[in-house]
Design a protein around this ligand. Sequence first.
Ligand code: OOB
Length: 519
Amino acid sequence: MTGWPPEFARRYRERGYWQGRTLGSLLRESARRTPSATALVDRDRRWSYRELDRDADRIAAGLRACGLRPGDRILVHLPNVAEFVLLLFGCFRAGIVPVLALPAHRESELTHLAAASGSVAFVTDRAGLLDLPLVFVVGDDPGPHRGFADLLSEVDDEVDEADPSDVAVLLLSGGTTGLPKLIPRTHDDYSYNLRASAEVAGLDATTVYLVALPAAHNFPLACPGLLGTLWAGGTVVLATSADPETAFPLIAQERVTTVALVPPLVLVWLDAVPSLAPDLSSLRLVQAGGARLKQEAARRVRPELGAALQQVYGMAEGLLNFTRLDDPDDLVTGTQGIPLSEDDEVLLVGPDGSPVPAGAPGELLVRGPYTLRGYFGAPDENRRAFTPEGFYRSGDLVRRLPTGHLVVEGRCKDVINRGGDKVPVEEVENLLLTHPDVRDVAIVGYPDQLLGERTCAFVLAPGEPPGRADLVAHLRRIGVAAFKLPDRVRVLGDFPRTGLGKVDKAALAMLAAGGNSGV
Ligand code: OOB
């Protein structure tokens, strides 16, 4: 595993970013301060801090009783249910490393993640997608597997087996090409990430945070997300869906103050206000991130949702940028914020790797106290994804204003950002190539009002051209996340090529943008 060089680790400790505390201990401290305050709400189930703290110990003991040992990995594939939170803290305290798959992931992604992480156990709400030596199912019908409740052991002792400098969790990359890569986050770095985020988002014990995005994603998990809220002593409310029909009544009932959304959801929420006439009077802060939020949409947030907007430009690999709560409106609506930490070293470089002139767009490279130094078990990828000095190459094209605020201009890596869902182009192209009628395929993005971009697959087919329905059915049979299914399919005789004979993706992008619906 590639960690921080000792001189950096020393600096990050000296400056107080890394405090030598585990994620499990953050919950313990909140539980000591306000044991009877409400920590977690999942539909009609509620946990006080005392109860959540205790259940975390019981799960930690349960995991150990199943034979799991510190350092073992567990693949977690759960929707926004309380068991996700209990399991996470159980793992943190047992020193077991959860690998956080997204609910949208299917057989193909789960199989890859289990293998890449060496997971020995799988916790899911839907049996049958993956077989590992130990499978725990959340829900009424575990089938041949164990039920989640089996993990709740009886214990009297407080458990915390983890070392603060150990890996606490493996997150998934959204910003890189190919299959998802595993991002090791240590107790020290992730604690700093969520504490500092909680501060810039103004969280405190009166915060009621709605988890509307999938809890397994870094943004609603720790930027500041549910973990930041539990550190601040607030209340976490889980939503089963981010639709206005589900989220608006929850906001009214639970008096939600804070929520994180991706830009398409911001638009859907804005447009639903007139017809649903919700009571959003408790809402103070809407964070928007994951993809670029258009300025017109950004300007509507305060007048129409009655809450302040905070733009968040982040990545599971680490670096987070936030607009600040006291920034002037034009910076809040027109930029993606400034780095969270004084020690985030952000460089904007041109194709030759040297810094671009002030104000010009360049690829963002970053190094810092909560940005990884290497993916888990991926030495070849690490040589490409990091500079020799340890900077992570984000693949984002970014420019910096004189105020220090960053504006995301686009990507220089082959990932299509479908409203916050990152479509790894190469992975989906490779899956489509397994269709018997597909000789070659190239996927590009095209602009879309709601999602920012959608995907178009250009296909070369020697025989009977496959339709979109065929290709989608094929991908579904393999089992891939629905957001990766191509929105359009077009069959070509050959690809446009560059002077070097490479597929000319820029020309394809023009074709895709001009085209109407797929074959
Ligand atoms: C967040 O994390 P990931 O890992 O799913 O995706 C990271 C990529 C970034 O490299 C960038 O390309 C894009 O998503 N992105 C944005 C953005 N926020 C993320 N592009 C434009 N504007 C934004 N505000 O997406 C993520 C992680 C933590 C907090 C927020 C988002």
